[in-house]
Design a protein around this ligand. Structure first.
Ligand code: GLA
Ligand code: ZN
Length: 666
């Protein structure tokens, strides 16, 4: 399989939207910015197949020839995410039906029904032609299948396919009735064709909750699988003609609808599109990179980021001077081997004309954005040695799409409970202490970790309890929280007292779960005297074998434990029974975490993140604060490989400054 031998630097490029003289200008500009790759053919289906029986690759041939002449590497997309008008006209079934039951028409993108045989047929026809024609081109470095798979469809084809999926999963209708607990409200079904897909006029209670979460969760699994089948159809078609080029599709971080752990198993490389908002914390961006790396526990590609601004957020602020550079290095620090933009030339019309690009509407290289892109391009030419290096972590943070779905479908106890925010609340503790984290699926191997953290580990599927018990038994530390161990894979409660399968591990019984409205909070006091706040949800905990780490000091459950610690085998289990303020949480986690050994750099506000090869260690030091910070003493005298300068004790790290230090490990 082909491998990258330089940091791919470039991004989405749509020469087909421009005249030929612009193509020439683009090539000259790319050279100036050290852009070495382009992602092409993302949205060209209507050009490649102007009508049902006609294929025309002449323009794409010409684009590829132009890029090849300039020795550009090519990320070749398959164009299957925006359908030609003729397909909608002749086969309206290719359009999705939404949760409201409305059939969508030609106009948008990412709108094909994944279970439409017509769509699948034309996808296969197009992709086999592309793979046959371009699969052997040496400059094609990677295939980019479709674009940002996502959304959902509730059409009659999907309904039929869902019934088949259910039959394969459950075997009998009795097993399905039991799994979804359909006795509730007397919803027992007697044949597969009585099953109705989720719908606003069906089992929906509102936009978020449905009457039978078991059904909705299975539908999400089915939709994720359906789109994954679309991906696999393209992948397998490409593989018939090209066995050498890796294949990916661009993911979207913590995007809810697709179970990316399952997807990543089918992908040669993970790639993703990073679009933080003006107020997204840098710790959240870091966590999302770690999640994308964690999908395969391998370096990933940054497929898209904007060099300057976006158009689709409510407030599309500019990236400040230096911000794009710092953001790019943070991306690499967390495991990216490529830096690519959306897009290279800003579009003339359409909804993305206000989306930032390397080449702005003014059409020159004399812009702040271009200069910053060019500077980074030059720096990256020296960083090819980082490709393939690893991030090593002793802390595993559990992320699970099933729980994400189940927790947010649940009706009660508190509508403000959001999965990603809860995970981030814990991630931030490690981020602020420069402790590397590996994001893991609940079924991953934990043996390399000292600590496994599973906040709101709501759905505990088969095998997970045993794996965690084994990990703790052998000396590991496990941290979990309220809303953990509550349901099985079908969203039915693990009976016998919360936290169900974790009860023995945690050595507690949670009798009741109180919900706190935004205007309410409990006060708490930890054993060392720390006073703090409990919000969102509050467990009323009874100690069994655990000890209390602090208590509620208000409400009718004052005096009862708010967090606990239990010894189990050679290990420890911490249970946090409420949403704690950051300082109180830190007081608890400081007891569970060996901060001094695990941190790459303490007592600094700078982000310090490492990647390793067998022979070298690369330390990325970045300032995401608004003030100049001192360079920690441990780096004094080291050589910054970006500038070739040695840093000294007086070196200040200005906001968005980045250094990369290299150290030989031998
Ligand atoms: C997504 C898409 C791109 C483009 C960008 C704009 O990531 O993949 O085609 O629309 O958003 O930010
Ligand atoms: Zn459909």
């Amino acid at each position: 399989m082909k491998k990258f031998n330089q940091v791919l630097y470039g991004g989405d490029y749509n020469p087909n939207q421009w005249s030929k003289d612009i193509w020439q200008e683009d090539q000259a500009f790319f050279k100036k910015a050290n852009i070495n790759s382009t992602t092409i053919n993302v949205f060209s289906w209507a050009k490649l197949q102007p009508s049902e029986a006609v294929y025309d690759f002449s323009e794409l041939d010409e684009i590829i020839a132009t890029l090849a002449k300039d020795e550009k590497e090519i990320v070749l997309a398959t164009s299957t995410s925006a359908l030609p008008a003729w397909m909608f006209k002749h086969y309206p079934e290719v359009g999705r039906v939404d949760f409201e039951g409305r059939r969508h028409r030609f106009g948008q993108r990412h709108n094909a029904c994944p279970n439409s045989r017509v769509y699948q047929h034309y996808v296969k026809e197009l992709v086999s032609r592309l793979a046959q024609r371009y699969g052997q081109q040496p400059q094609v470095s990677i295939w980019h299948v479709n674009n940002e798979y996502g959304g959902e469809c509730y059409c009659e084809n999907c309904e039929k396919a869902f019934r088949v999926w259910l039959q394969e999963k459950y075997g009998t209708i009795e097993a399905l009735n039991k799994a979804w607990n359909l006795e509730f409200w007397g919803h027992t079904v007697y044949s597969w064709d009585e099953i109705v897909v989720p719908n606003v006029l069906g089992d929906a209670m509102d936009q978020r909750n449905t009457a039978f979460a078991g059904l909705s969760i299975d539908y999400r699994r089915f939709m994720s699988d359906s789109m994954l089948e679309n991906y696999k159809l393209e992948r397998d078609t490409i593989r018939q003609y090209d066995q050498e080029t890796p294949i990916t599709t661009n993911l979207m971080g913590t995007y809810k609808n697709l179970d990316y752990f399952k997807w990543a198993k089918e992908m040669d490389l993970v790639s993703w599109d990073n679009y933080p908002s003006f107020d997204t914390p840098w710790s959240m961006v870091a966590m999302t990179h770690d999640l994308m790396r964690g999908l395969k526990h391998q370096p990933f590609m940054l497929m898209e980021q904007t060099p300057s601004q976006q158009n689709w957020q409510p407030y599309n602020s500019l990236k400040k001077p230096g911000q794009m550079r710092a953001q790019s290095y943070q991306t690499m620090a967390h495991g990216a081997d490529t830096i690519q933009f959306f897009q290279l030339r800003r579009s003339l019309g359409g909804c993305e004309k206000f989306h930032g690009a390397v080449i702005e509407h003014v059409g020159t290289t004399e812009t702040r954005v271009f200069r910053e892109v060019a500077q980074l391009g030059e720096e990256l030419t020296q960083l090819s040695e980082i490709i393939g290096t690893k991030n090593v972590a002793k802390v595993g943070l559990v992320f699970d799409w099933d729980t994400y779905w189940a927790l947010e479908y649940t009706s009660g106890p508190n509508q403000d409970l959001y999965y990603v925010d809860q995970i981030h609340h814990y991630y931030r503790y490690f981020y602020e202490r420069n402790i590397a984290v590996e994001m893991v699926a609940p079924t991953d191997d934990f043996s390399e970790f000292e600590l496994v953290v599973a906040p709101v580990c709501y759905m505990v599927k088969e095998g997970v309890k045993e794996a965690i018990e084994q990990f703790v038994q052998a000396g590991g530390t496990f941290v979990t929280t309220f809303m953990s161990g509550i349901v099985d894979q079908s969203d039915n409660v693990h009976l016998g007292g919360y936290p169900g399968p974790f009860r023995k591990l945690a050595g507690i019984w949670v009798e009741e779960i109180d919900a706190l409205a935004p205007s309410q909070e409990n006060t708490i006091q930890l054993n060392d005297g720390t006073q703090g706040k409990s919000t969102l949800l509050a467990d009323i905990i009874h100690l069994e074998t655990a000890e209390s780490l602090g208590e509620y000091t208000s409400n009718f459950y004052q005096g009862q434990p708010v967090a606990t610690k239990n010894t189990y085998g050679k290990g420890q289990v911490y249970y946090v029974g409420t949403q704690l303020d950051a300082d109180s949480l830190a007081t608890i986690l400081d007891q569970a975490v060996d901060v001094d050994t695990l941190s790459t750099c303490l007592a600094t506000k700078l982000e310090v993140t490492k990647r390793h090869s067998d022979s070298s260690e690369y330390t990325f030091v970045m300032n995401f604060t608004h003030t100049a910070e001192d360079l920690p003493a441990q780096f004094v005298g080291q050589l910054d490989i970006l500038t070739g300068q040695e840093v000294n004790a007086e070196t200040k790290v200005e906001p968005y400054d980045t250094f990369v230090f290299k150290r030989n490990l031998s």
